[in-house]
Design a protein around this ligand. Sequence first.
Ligand SMILES: [Zn+2]
Length: 221
Amino acid sequence: MEAQAVLYNIHTHRKPQTKTEYSIRNAYLLNIEQIQAKYPLSSGLHPWLVNDISEEEMLRRLEKNILTKKIVAIGEIGLDKFYPNLKKQQHYFDKQLALAAEHQLPVILHLVRALDEADVILRNFSGPVILHGFRGNRKVWEQLNKKGNVYASFGASVFNQSKKAAENLHAIDPKRILAETDTAAYTIQSIYKEISMLRAEPIDETIKLLNSNAQRIFGQP
Ligand SMILES: [Zn+2]
């Protein structure tokens, strides 16, 4: 592996682990005030929490933090059919997408069993959309990617579902794949390494590919 290459970890709940890691730490909107980070953050109202805050307060808080912190993506936002209030989730999701569009920020999606509903809402958004913790298949990605703006981010599933992950890594346009650690104890280096094995290519090629994909969204570190 190239000694100095910066690796992009597009979704994590930890602080950056090494100097050669560009990681986007997720900050929950409800406790973001406690985070005084100088490093990149993502924030948004998770669909599980739509009953914890009013729409006005959500938008006020999100906008304030976009202006005062290093927020490089809105997320996790989205829809989850295993949780109640789908109508309210859809409304909050739509409002946060509008804010992301206004500030030209990409979004990081939490999407569970609500593909068609998300598809309808995403028609109004043409910025980068990142399906984080991707465990879907090519069809899921294709349905949402009609405008060519949808990325699939791979994390711990590359280890424990490697056959499915390998299929996805070959089926999806290589220009649309990203890597993340999320809450897993893996390092971003180990995720890159596993992706390179599953793609059957040298690690330097994987670094080049994943980094240029991430830089298309987030620019140079
Ligand atoms: Zn997460």
